[in-house]
Design a protein around this ligand. Sequence first.
Ligand code: PEP
Ligand code: MN
Length: 334
Amino acid sequence: MIAVIKIGTPQSQVDNLIDWIESQNVSVHVSAGHYQTVLGLIGDTSKIDMELIENLDIVDTVKRISEPFKSANRKFHPDDTVVDVSGVKVGGGNFAVIAGPCSVESHDQIIEVANKVKASGANMLRGGAFKPRTSPYDFQGLQADGLELLIEAKKQTGLPIVSEIMNANHLDLFEEVDLIQVGARNMQNFELLKELGRTKKPVLLKRGLANNLKELLMSAEYIMAGGNENVILCERGIRTFETYTRNTLDLAAVPMLKELSHLPIIVDPSHASGISRLVKPMAFASVAAGADGLMIEVHNDPLNALCDGAQSLTPEQFDDVSKKVQRILEVVRS
Ligand code: PEP
Ligand code: MN
């Protein structure tokens, strides 16, 4: 339920109302805009008498909202959230270009890719260390050693680093990871989400393979309900009946999520298509659709990559995409 307070209401009267609402075991999220204050009632509002609040002199309108996500909801937070990832801002007009290999494979590989993507305009470096592979016999990532190499690449380039966590027990290892990724397969690992909610670390939450947007936002809500509001959403394609592409990129998710939520939303055209030659057009389309950033897999030697070589761009291909993306961004912003 949200209550819009009449313009010009003295703060003391707003505070009295908040005290009364809180005495009903409902918490209040206050959104104080330039002109209007909006109270978001969070919790079990079923016992609150809506008409009673509506008839108060200081209340303009009261609305029950059906969406179960409160913290992620744009209704309570009209302005875009800007997530600060170690100095790199994402959202609210700030565009993230996250690039790097699917997996960290060696010192030379990650350092070479890090330097090249930086030179091409990436403002964050990605690299998987704990890999969620469909087969237990496939390369599982270099794990803790992979994170060490990624941290080394961060030291050399200054780029904030992004890596996927699969187990909350590994959180200590992620101390120096600037943006912790929750992969598609763990989008509904609620215990992991709750644990991340207890930190202040920025989280990149990827949409599950078969999850709708409400479920994605409810997963963001798990993190935010714990007190961590630093959530970036990621559309990475969903599973459909189509087999020519690895997943089906749901680009309408971008403007739809922007309507529903204030959180930044980035697109991963690499996992969405699974085919390197499709990454460029899908990256362009994502920017045109209003995405707050891109995450693109880049490998120095895609043919010999230990994971996801087929969808990885070479550094040269990435350079071309990255430069043209900036031109599309100019059009979108104009
Ligand atoms: C990844 O980004 O490396 C990854 C495994 O992506 P997803 O969880 O979207 O499949
Ligand atoms: Mn990958």
